[in-house]
Design a protein around this ligand. Structure first.
Ligand code: ATP
Length: 274
């Protein structure tokens, strides 16, 4: 029944070209992976082996996406989990699930004949957050298992394992996670600026029938503060408006409506959590 926590195991199929904006994080990730690919040479320089990369930034900015692209770039097997699936009632379950993740990625890499494996853990703060109260013990065991597995990673392992984690509250993390040799490389994944928003919109409208009168520069201007995930929603909602009205293409009015809808959605989300 634990399997119902549908842990994603796949070949990612996502490349850096599928990601709008984020030029700097893409570059930083590429450099990190290049280092990983040259483990042996790096060792001669006394460079500490890279084991963990932490992506930080607001929700919906493409952290999962960029981790998948990194796995592709690294020619690595990829398994993903979310910190929230480790919230368990029974002590020890979280820890054994961490062990399973490492086993899975190694097995997957072997099956596919790949020499590297990447484990992505979203919402790492759920496992590695400063915390108090009842579930402390369970979380501590889970966190400790993660730290043990990370400390056990060696550059001579076959396959070579790298962890990528994501959080939007790095200030909340247990400092043990951020120590050298663990998640010691931080990459910020920020909200897109106007140019990046245009790029993201372009990607998400590319396979949709867009009317000639739509200027994506204007749409980028009108979506200040939107995340990549929200821009994807704008494209999808606009297509739905066009579809419903029977129009053959997505025009400015559909997009304006969609922007309004996504903005409103944000507001109700906030109200319900406050
Ligand atoms: P969270 O922190 O909430 O888990 P995240 O940062 O991991 O979010 P993703 O899950 O990668 O965000 O993004 C959600 C979806 O939003 C993506 O599948 C994609 O469709 C779209 N998206 C987000 N950022 C970008 C981007 N930079 N370029 C293109 N699409 C994006």
């Amino acid at each position: 029944s634990k399997r119902k926590h549908a842990r994603e195991v796949n070949e990612t199929g996502v490349t850096f070209d599928d990601i709008g904006g984020l030029d700097k994080p893409k570059q930083e990730l590429k450099e990190a992976i290049d280092l990983l690919k040259e483990d042996e040479r790096a060792r001669k320089y006394g460079i500490r082996p890279l084991k963990g990369i932490l992506l930080t930034g607001p929700p919906g900015t493409g952290k999962t996406l960029i981790a998948k692209a990194a796995a592709n770039y690294a020619d690595a097997a990829f398994v993903a989990a979310s910190g929230s699936e480790f919230v368990e009632m029974y002590v020890g379950v979280g820890a054994s699930r961490i062990r399973d993740l490492f086993k899975e990625v190694k097995q997957l890499a072997r099956e596919k004949g790949l020499s590297r494996g990447i484990i992505f853990i979203d919402e790492i703060d759920v496992i590695g957050g400063k915390r108090d109260g009842q579930q402390q013990k369970e979380y501590d065991q889970t966190l400790n298992q993660l730290l043990t597995e990370m400390d056990g990673i060696s550059t001579t392992d076959q396959p070579r394992i790298l962890l990528i984690a994501a959080t939007n509250r790095v200030d909340m993390l247990d400092p043990a996670l951020l120590r050298p040799g663990r998640f010691d490389r931080l990459i910020r994944v920020d909200l897109p600026d106007k140019k990046a928003r245009r790029h993201i919109l372009q990607l998400h409208f590319s396979r949709k029938p867009l009317a000639d009168n739509v200027n994506l520069d204007d749409v980028a201007k009108d979506t200040y503060g939107f995340s990549g995930a929200q821009l994807e929603s704008v494209a999808n909602e606009a297509a739905i408006y066009a579809f419903r009205s029977g129009d053959s293409s997505i025009d400015r009015a559909h997009i304006a409506q969609a922007i309004e809808k996504v903005m409103m959605g944000e507001q109700t989300d906030k109200e319900s959590t406050e």
